[in-house]
Ligand binder design. Sequence first.
Ligand SMILES: Nc1ncnc2c1ncn2[C@@H]1O[C@H](COP(=O)(O)OP(=O)(O)OP(=O)(O)O)[C@@H](O)[C@H]1O
Length: 308
Amino acid sequence: MGMNIPLALRAEGLTKSFSDRRGGIVRAVDGVDLAIRQGEVVAFLGPNGAGKTTTLDMILGLSNPDSGRVELFGHSPAEAVAAGRISAVTQTGGLLDDFTVGETVAIVASTYGGSIDPATVMARADIADIAGRKVSKCSGGERQRVKFALALLGDPDLIVLDEPTAGMDVESRRGFWAAMRDDAGNGRTIVFATHYLEEADDFADRIVMIAGGRVVADGSTAQIRARASGRVVSAAAAPDRIDWIIANAPNVTATEVRGGRVYLTTEDSDTVARFLFQYDAAHDLEIVAHNLEDAFVALTSSTPEKTR
Ligand SMILES: Nc1ncnc2c1ncn2[C@@H]1O[C@H](COP(=O)(O)OP(=O)(O)OP(=O)(O)O)[C@@H](O)[C@H]1O
C-alpha cells in the first residue's frame, strides 16, 4: 500500500477494561495502535476473548476507550458515523423476523433517501433470489448477507464486520465471502474480525493478529505467511533448564512449554539446535516445519502452559 494513500482509520494507545463478576478487572484491550489506509481489506484475527469485539466497538464509537483515541477519515467515530462514512455488520440482532428480505432492504433504503438502488445492493449481496423470503426463514448465512446489503445501502467508505460468518457452515461462509469479494476493490475499506485463519488468508490484504488485548502481529498476508515459514525446535528438559533455555536461546521468535517440552519458533533452527546441544541443556530434539496454524498458536498463546 502506498504511503501517500490517506488513512481510513487511526487508533492510538487504545485500552479498555471491564470488571468481571468476581470484582476483578479484565483488560480487554491493552494498548492497541493501528493505521489502516483507505481501500485496505484488513482481518482482525484472534481467538475467543482476544479483544476483537471490544476494539471494533471503540472504532465504531459504540463504546469509549479508557485511554487512547480513534480517528476515522480524520474525524471522531461519532462524526464519521453521522456523516454516513461507516457501516457495521454485527454478530447479533438487527433484523426483524416478520419482514421479507426485500421489504427489509426497502425499509432501510427509504431512510437513506433513495441514494442507492435497493436492487443493485441486493444483487451485490447475492440476496436477489431470496427477496420474497421471510427473514425468520433465512439461514444464518442469508441473514448475514442481508445485513451486509443493509450496510452497503449507505455506500460507506468503511465497512466493519464482526465475525460475519460465525456459526455458518463452510458452504454459507463461501457464499458470504464471494459476495464480499465482488464488492471489495472499489476503494472501500473493509475491516473484519474472524477466528478463521483461512478466511483471513483468503480474503484480507493484511492480517492484524490480536491476543490478550494486544496486537501480536501485523503485516501483509504474505508477511504473516513468511513468519509461518520458520521452524519449531522442540526438546525435553527439566523445568529449571526450560526457564534457562527460554531466557537464553538465540534467534527465537516465540516459545511455548507443554508436556515437559519446550517449543522454540525460529527462522534459524540450526543455531537453536546447536545452542541446545552445546550447553547440554536438553535432549530428544525435534525440528519441524511451521505452518500458518502453528504460527498463529505460537503468536497468540498467552499462557506458557498449553494443552492441545
Ligand atoms: N461488557 C463486558 N463486561 C465484562 N467483560 C467483558 C465485556 N466485554 C468483553 N469482556 C471481556 O473482555 C475480553 C475481550 O472480549 P472481546 O469480546 O473483545 O473478545 P473477542 O476477541 O471479540 O472474542 P470473541 O471472538 O469471543 O467475540 C474477554 O475476556 C471478555 O470476557
